[in-house]
Design a protein around this ligand. Structure first.
Ligand code: LMG
Ligand code: NDP
Ligand code: PMR
Length: 391
C-alpha cells in the first residue's frame, strides 16, 4: 500500500507535493493548538535542558571598489577602538548589533555586506557615526568575494578583535534549488560555507588580538531537542552525502543528498554553523585563546529573514511568536543580546551556545544530539575544507 502510494506520488509529482503540503499544514495546525496550551507560561527555551553556480554577476563591483578605497582611506584608525567584523550588518540582527556596538564608541564596526548602498543607508538611518563604522563589500555566496574581503581587511592594517558570522538567507518557498557560481546550493553556501571560509581566512588575524572572539549565529530551529526544532521539515545532515558529492564535482541540492527543501536547507545550515563553532573550539581554543561561541538570539519575527515566505506566514508569524510561544524579541533587544556576547567580559567562555530566558536572562543552553556529535563535526569540517579549497 505504502509502495503504491509512493509510486503514485512519483508518477504525479504535483499531487505528491500537494499532499505533502497539506500534511505539513495539518501538522502545523495540530502542533500550534498543542503548543498554545503547552506554552502558555513561557517560551520553549525555558524547557530546554539547559554542489552546490549562481552565475550571479558581481552586482556591486563599483561598490566594492568604493568600499576598498574607503577602507584604505580609514586605515589611520583610532587605536583605542576594538574592531568587530559583522557579516550581514545591513539589516535585522546584524544591523541592530552594529548599532549597539558603534554607539559605545569603544568599537569600530566593519559592516561586511553584499549591498553597499543598502548598508550605507541602514547605517545612516540607525544614526551611526562614521567614526565608528566602515562598510566593506562581502558576498558570502561567492568564494572569490570572500577571499577578496579577507585580503582587503588585512590590507587595511586593522587589528581584528571579534568576528561575527551573522548573515543568512532563508528560502522556504523555493521549489528548485539555486546554485552559486561555485556550484553550491545558495543557503548552505551563504550561511555555512561562506562563513566557514571566512573564519578560516581570518583566524590568523584573530590570533593577534588580546581577547579575540568568534561568534557564529545559530538557531533553535536547528536544535531538535526543542519544540521549534521539531516543526517539519526537521534539520538532519544525515551522512553528509551531499557534501561528499560536492567534492566530486557533482551537484547536490541538500547536505543529505535528498530532495531539495528550502526550509530544511536553512535549518541544516544552522546545524552546520553550530557544529563549526564547536569544532573551532575543539581545534583552536587551547592553542589560540580565541573564544568561540554560538547563540540563539530569540525569535526576531520581524526581520528580512522571512522576506521570501508566503504573505500569510509573514502576517501571522509575529503575533504567533508574541502571544503564543512568547519567544518573540525585537531587533533592538536581539541586538543587545548579541552585543553582550561580543563585548561583555563575563561571557568569554568558549564552546558555548548562549540563549536567553525572560525570567533569568542569559544562560548556557544545551544543543541537540546532532549538534553535539563531535564525529559529525569533524567530518563536516573536513568536507567543508575540501569544498572551499582550503585543503
Ligand atoms: C511552509 O509551510 C513549510 O513550513 C516549509 O517547510 C516549506 O515547505 C514551505 O512553501 C513551502 O511551506 C507553509 C505554511 C506555513 O503556510 C501555509 O501553508 C499557509 C497557510 C498557513 C495557515 C496557518 C494557519 C494555522 C492555523 C492554526 C490555528 C491555530 C489557532 C490557534 C489560536 C490560539 C488562540 C489562543 O505555515 C504557517 O504559516 C503556519 C504558521 C505558523 C503561525 C500560525 C499561527 C497562527 C496562529 C494565529 C496567530 C494569531 C495570533 C493572535 C494572537 C492574539 C492573542 C491575543
Ligand atoms: P535579515 O534578513 O534581516 O539579515 C540577514 C543579513 O544577511 C542581511 O544583511 C543580508 O543582506 C545578509 N546576507 C544575505 N546573503 C548574503 C550574502 N550572500 N553575503 C553577505 N550578506 C548576506 O535576517 P536576520 O537578522 O533575522 O538574520 C540574522 C541571523 O540571525 C541569521 O544568521 C539567522 O539565521 C539568525 N537567526 C534569526 C532568527 C530570527 O528569528 N530572525 C532566529 C534565529 C537565528 P541584504 O540586506 O543585502 O539582504
Ligand atoms: Mg517556529 C514553541 C516555540 C517556538 C519557537 C521559539 C519558534 C521559533 N517556533 C516555535 C513553535 C512553532 N513554530 C510551532 C508550534 C509551529 C507550528 C505552527 C511553528 C511553525 C514555524 C514555521 C512554519 N516556525 C517557524 C516557521 C518558519 O518558517 C520559521 C523557520 O523555521 O525558519 C527556518 C520558524 C521559526 N520558529 C522559531 C524561529 C526562531 C523561527 C525562525 C527560524 C530561524 O531563524 O531559525
Amino acid at each position: 500500500m505504502e509502495q503504491r502510494a509512493g509510486s503514485f506520488q512519483k508518477d504525479n509529482p504535483a499531487v505528491g507535493r500537494f499532499l505533502k503540503q497539506r500534511c505539513t499544514l495539518l501538522w502545523h495546525c495540530f502542533v500550534t493548538l498543542g503548543a498554545a496550551v503547552y506554552l502558555q507560561d513561557g517560551p520553549d527555551d525555558r524547557h530546554a535542558p539547559g554542489p552546490l553556480r549562481l552565475g550571479r554577476p558581481t552586482r556591486h563591483a563599483a561598490s566594492r571598489l568604493a568600499a576598498q578605497i574607503q577602507v584604505q582611506a580609514r586605515a589611520k584608525h583610532n587605536d583605542g577602538q576594538k574592531t568587530v567584523i559583522i557579516t550581514g550588518a545591513s539589516s535585522g540582527l546584524g544591523l541592530a548589533t552594529a548599532k549597539k556596538l558603534a554607539q559605545t564608541g569603544e568599537w569600530h564596526v566593519i559592516m561586511a555586506c553584499r549591498d553597499f548602498a543598502k548598508a550605507e543607508l541602514a547605517a545612516k538611518n540607525a544614526g551611526m557615526s562614521p567614526a565608528n563604522f566602515t562598510i566593506m563589500h562581502l558576498d558570502l555566496a561567492s568564494m572569490e568575494s570572500t577571499k577578496q574581503f579577507a585580503r582587503a581587511f588585512r590590507a587595511s592594517g586593522r587589528r581584528l578583535d571579534v568576528l561575527v558570522c551573522n548573515a543568512a538567507v532563508y528560502l522556504p518557498t523555493a521549489k528548485e534549488p539555486t546554485f552559486t557560481a561555485d556550484g553550491f546550493e545558495l543557503s548552505v553556501a551563504t550561511n555555512h560555507l561562506g562563513h566557514f571560509l571566512l573564519v578560516n581566512l581570518l583566524l590568523e588575524d584573530l590570533k593577534k588580538a588580546a581577547a579575540p572572539r568568534c561568534i557564529i549565529v545559530g538557531s533553535i530551529t536547528g536544535n531538535t531537542n526543542t519544540v521549534a526544532g521539531n516543526v517539519p521539515p526537521k534539520a538532519d545532515l544525515g551522512e553528509l552525502s551531499g557534501l561528499v558529492m560536492g567534492g566530486t564535482g557533482q551537484t547536490a541540492s541538500m547536505i543529505d543528498a535528498k530532495e531539495f527543501d528550502g526550509a530544511k536547507a536553512y535549518k541544516d545550515s544552522k546545524v552546520c554553523n553550530m557544529l563549526t563553532m564547536r569544532e573551532l573550539h575543539r581545534r583552536y581554543h587551547d592553542e589560540t585563546g580565541i573564544t568561540f561561541a554560538s547563540l540563539y538570539p530569540g525569535c526576531i519575527a520581524s526581520t528580512g529573514l522571512f522576506r521570501n515566505h508566503v504573505q500569510l506566514f509573514r502576517t501571522l508569524f509575529p503575533p504567533f511568536q508574541k502571544y503564543i510561544t512568547k519567544g518573540f524579541v525585537s531587533e533592538d533587544e536581539a541586538g543587545e543580546r548579541l552585543a553582550q556576547v561580543v563585548s561583555d567580559p563575563r561571557y568569554n567562555k568558549s564552546g558555548v551556545y548562549w540563549s536567553w530566558s525572560r525570567e533569568s536572562g542569559i544562560f548556557e543552553n544545551e544543543v541537540s544530539e546532532e549538534v553535539s556529535d563531535a564525529v559529525k563535526g569533524e567530518r563536516l569540517w573536513e568536507l567543508s575544507e575540501k569544498l572551499v579549497n582550503l585543503k
